[in-house]
Structure formats: structure tokens, C-alpha cells
Write a protein that binds this ligand. Structure first.
Ligand code: NAD
Length: 481
């Protein structure tokens, strides 16, 4: 059985204690590789390696750092299909989605920050002609980057690229559910000539290895993407130690369809924003609000398109909905479907597990599920499900839909469909979310601030925001006369 290894001080190594956990292929429900069950000892070795590498890496010119990161980006590109296949097997997502979207995005993350750092400059503030200030932006030292299982290499690189570009040394922990592409990424870093210790990857259970990675005195900042509860635990232990914290957490995003929308586009994009990656994207629109005058028409067309979504082998080109990432998550999503029924919801599509033939018979598949008839403030509509499950509700006025959309504790993203530009701006301004898409979904420019409000997180990633997070600013004031 293939063994995944940690990447510490430039080498692929076994965990110190020699323990491994089973890594499942969710498409078959079978163990197909072993993931290091790292503990505090591995975390300490990784942090020490990063600390030792920092004086060297931080003294590289931005041009030298950029050149290595660009080489890593080029190698991701070269290995695109192999990485996409590994991601699909490890996570359950359709191969084509990883091949055309996520692995190219991982490449873009590296490329974007490799070039951005060359334009990241000090600011200067003159005080008339008697003094001048300049603000230095220096790397922090050792930083921890922790990422989730839904978009494994995409979110892993989204964090480490700005951290490395800014001159930090990184200890990264991918999810124990999807360790494979980070392991393959370590090999790419070795091939690209990244100096030892600059990036270290500690694989394993968050509960076991996470505390050392988030509380060690040599770790200056923690960048975390994952669930709100885990974010809360990390904040509890890291905040009293005054570590810099960036927390990208859960979502329960509204998708608001006004009667004056471009109907065809709104339906097709809503199918995509509901079920892409089995609904396992923090930005998926899981609560669909439709203006009453077009509710029936929208529902009919939406359901017709949902019925065409093929649930199948993630490696098959025709598959639109692959496997749920893990058995535990499969059970969680199924429990929410049961809850929705208890709360009085009517299942108008899906609502059940799907058993596929042959070697896929023990995989974790759920039919795309649409639920109507629920109150906007029941648990199904307030809590994050993070699967191929959406609710659909009618509304009568802008005020009403804003109240319903803003009713959750989350505030990550929102989508608005209307051809009335004034209304679009007005509603966007009042939605409690860090990201609003109007007449589109998941259209991303890496320069824009990315993050949520309320329990969806603290801080922003992307563009200068990420480079600012991974640097310390020091203002120097010089009196001239
Ligand atoms: P999770 O919180 O269970 O795990 C995320 C990571 O944290 C994993 O690597 C895990 O091992 C680690 N971890 C767990 N306990 C830890 C601890 N005590 N200390 C340190 N690390 C610990 O989340 P998940 O189930 O992997 O991911 C799904 C969640 O992520 C969803 O809530 C989703 O909305 C959210 N998410 C948010 C964004 C965003 O940008 N806001 C993006 C993707 C996913």
C-alpha cells in the first residue's frame, strides 16, 4: 500500500512514531494509501527546520524567491493531469473539475503571488517638508498554514504561496482526509529547488498535531481554512499567545433570484452554484430564494436540470456529481436530509444515497437534493450542510429576502440575480457577506479581498491582503529639519 510521507527539512520522511492512518478512496469506500499519523514530535521538527531556514530564505531577493515559485507553478502545470487524477481519487470530485479548474487554479495561486511579490512595495508618507515616514514590510518568520479537504491543493497553495513569496518559512498541514496532492506537491518543491526547511508539510489528524502547530512559541502566525468550530478552537489557543490569525470558516450562502433576472442564466448558474464539487465548496449557494411571481417556473426548470446531473464515478467524463469526501461527512449530510424532513421539508429532488455498481458499490454517493417548504429560520436553513443539498423558498419583497438571507450566523458569500442595476447595488450593500456575486457565481480575480463576516471568519485573503497578513509593518519616521 502506498505510504504518504511528511516533508520536513527538504526530505520526505516517515512520522517519528511510525504510525499511519488509513486513507480512503471515497468513490469505492476502500483504503488505498496510508497517511502519516503525525504528532507533536513531527510538528516540533518541522517548526525547527522552518526556523533554521528563515534567515536564508528571508534574505533571498524577491526576484530569487519569485523564480523558485514560478518554477513550482510551471511544474504544477506540467503535472496537471496526474495531480487532477490524484485529487479526484483522494477527494471524490469529478476528474474533469480538478483537471480544468482546481489544479490550474493551484498553478495560478503560485504564479500570482510569485509575480505579486515583485510589486509589493514600501509606502512613504511625507509630513510637509519637515519629516518623512516609510513603512517597511518584513516577513514574520515561521508561519502555520492549515487547510481543509474540499479543494485540497487549491486551498493549500492559496495560503502557502503568499506566505513563501513574502519571505516566511511555512509549516503546512493539509487535511487528513485528502493528504495526497500535498505529498505530490512536496516532490514538486524538491524538483524546483526550494531550499530545505522553507516549506514543511506535516500530515495527520488536526486534533493531534494541530495544537503544537498553532501554539508553538516560534510560530508567529496561523492561517486557517476550515470549519467554524475548529476556527474557534484555534482562536482559543492561539489568540492569548498574540499570534496573527487569519480564519476562513464556514458558510450558508444565499442565492437570491429576482423576477427580473436573466432567467436562463440564473437557472443554469444556480444548478452549478448548488452542486459543483458535490456542494462541498464554502461558496456554494445552499439557500435559494426566488421571487414569488417566478417561483413555480424557476422550480420546474431548476428541477429539470438537476434531474440531468449524473451521479457517478469521479473518474468518468460524464459525471457531474462525484463521491462525498468521507464516510463521516456522508453521514452528516444524510443526517441533515433526515432533519429537513423532521422540520417539515418536502424533498422535491434526491434525498437519498445512491448505490453504484461494481467496485463503486461502497462509495459515498448522494443524489442532488432539493428541499422546499421549510421556514427560513429552521436548523436546516441556518446550519452548514456542505453537501449536495439546497433549500428553495419564495419571497415577496426585497426587505423580506434580505431579512431571510441575513438570518444565519454565517456571512461568507451571496449571489444576486437581477437585471435592475440599482436594485443589485442596493441589495449587495445590505447583504451580510464578505463576497457578493451579481449575475454570476465563483468568478474570481485573485487581487480581490476574500473572506467572510460574522462566523464565516476573521481577516481577508487574496492580493495585497494576503501579503500584508504575512508581513509585519514597521514605520520609520525621519525628521528632516
Ligand atoms: P475542519 O475544520 O474539520 O478541518 C480543517 C483543517 O483543520 C484540517 O486540516 C484539520 O485536520 C485541521 N484541524 C482540525 N482540528 C484542529 C485543531 N484543533 N488545531 C489545528 N488544526 C485542526 O474542516 P473541514 O471539514 O476539513 O472543511 C470543511 C469546512 O471548511 C467547511 O465548514 C467549509 O465551509 C470550510 N471552508 C471554508 C472556506 C473559506 O474560504 N471560508 C474554504 C473551504 C472550506
Amino acid at each position: 500500500m502506498q505510504k504518504i510521507l511528511n516533508y520536513i527539512n527538504g526530505q520526505l520522511v516517515e512520522p517519528v512514531a511510525g504510525n499511519y492512518i488509513d486513507n480512503y478512496n471515497p468513490a469505492t469506500g476502500k483504503v488505498y494509501s496510508l497517511c502519516p499519523d503525525s504528532d507533536e514530535q513531527d510538528a516540533i521538527l518541522a517548526i525547527a527546520a522552518a526556523k533554521a531556514a528563515f534567515p536564508i530564505w528571508s534574505q533571498y531577493t524577491t526576484n530569487q524567491r519569485s523564480a523558485i515559485l514560478l518554477k513550482i507553478a510551471a511544474l504544477i502545470d506540467l503535472n496537471n493531469d496526474a495531480l487532477a487524477q490524484a485529487e479526484s481519487i483522494d477527494q471524490g470530485k469529478p476528474f474533469w473539475l480538478a483537471q480544468k479548474g482546481e489544479i490550474p487554479r493551484a498553478q495560478s495561486n503560485m504564479h500570482f503571488f510569485a509575480t505579486a511579490i515583485e510589486h509589493f512595495a514600501s509606502e512613504s508618507h511625507a509630513m510637509g517638508d519637515h519629516a518623512i515616514n516609510y513603512t517597511l514590510k518584513t516577513p514574520l518568520g515561521v508561519v502555520t498554514c492549515i487547510s481543509p479537504w474540499n479543494l485540497p491543493l487549491y486551498l493549500f497553495t492559496w495560503k502557502i504561496a503568499p506566505a513563501l513569496a513574502a519571505g516566511n518559512c511555512v509549516v503546512a498541514k493539509p487535511s487528513e482526509i485528502t493528504p495526497m496532492t500535498a505529498y505530490l506537491f512536496a516532490k514538486i518543491c524538491m524538483e524546483a529547488g526550494l531550499p530545505p526547511g522553507v516549506l514543511n508539510i506535516v500530515q495527520g489528524l488536526g486534533t493531534k498535531v494541530g495544537p503544537a502547530l498553532t501554539t508553538h512559541p516560534d510560530v508567529k502566525a496561523v492561517s486557517f481554512t476550515g470549519g467554524t468550530k475548529t476556527g474557534e478552537q484555534i482562536a482559543k489557543v492561539a489568540a492569548p499567545l498574540f499570534k496573527k490569525l487569519s480564519l476562513e470558516l464556514g458558510g450558508k450562502n444565499p442565492n437570491i433570484i429576482f423576477a427580473d433576472c436573466d432567467f436562463k442564466k440564473a437557472v443554469a448558474e444556480s444548478v452549478r452554484s448548488s452542486f459543483t464539487n458535490q456542494g462541498e465548496i464554502c461558496l456554494c449557494g445552499s439557500r435559494i430564494f426566488v421571487e414569488r411571481s417566478i417561483y413555480d417556473q424557476f422550480k420546474t426548470e431548476f428541477l429539470a436540470q438537476v434531474a440531468n446531473l449524473i451521479v457517478g464515478d469521479p473518474l468518468h467524463a460524464a459525471t457531474k456529481v462525484g463521491a462525498i469526501a468521507s464516510k463521516i461527512h456522508f453521514e452528516k449530510v444524510m443526517s441533515y436530509i433526515a432533519l429537513a424532513k423532521e422540520e417539515g421539508g418536502q424533498i422535491i429532488a434526491g434525498g437519498h444515497a445512491v448505490t453504484l455498481p461494481g467496485e463503486l458499490s461502497e462509495g459515498y454517493y448522494i443524489a442532488p437534493t432539493v428541499i422546499e417548504g421549510l421556514a427560513y429560520n429552521c436548523r436546516t436553513n441556518l446550519e452548514e450542510i456542505f453537501g449536495p443539498v439546497v433549500t428553495i423558498m419564495p419571497f415577496d419583497s426585497e426587505e423580506e429576502v434580505l431579512q431571510m438571507a441575513n438570518a444565519t450566523q454565517y456571512g461568507l458569500a451571496a449571489t444576486i440575480w437581477t437585471e435592475n442595476v440599482t436594485k443589485a447595488h442596493r441589495v449587495a450593500a445590505q447583504i451580510q457577506a464578505g463576497i457578493v456575486w451579481i449575475n454570476c457565481w465563483l468568478l474570481r480575480d485573485l487581487r480581490t479581498p476574500f473572506g467572510g463576516v460574522k462566523q464565516s471568519g476573521v481577516g481577508r485573503e487574496g492580493g495585497w491582503e494576503a501579503l500584508r497578513f504575512f508581513t509585519e509593518q514597521k514605520n520609520v519616521c525621519i525628521k528632516l529639519n
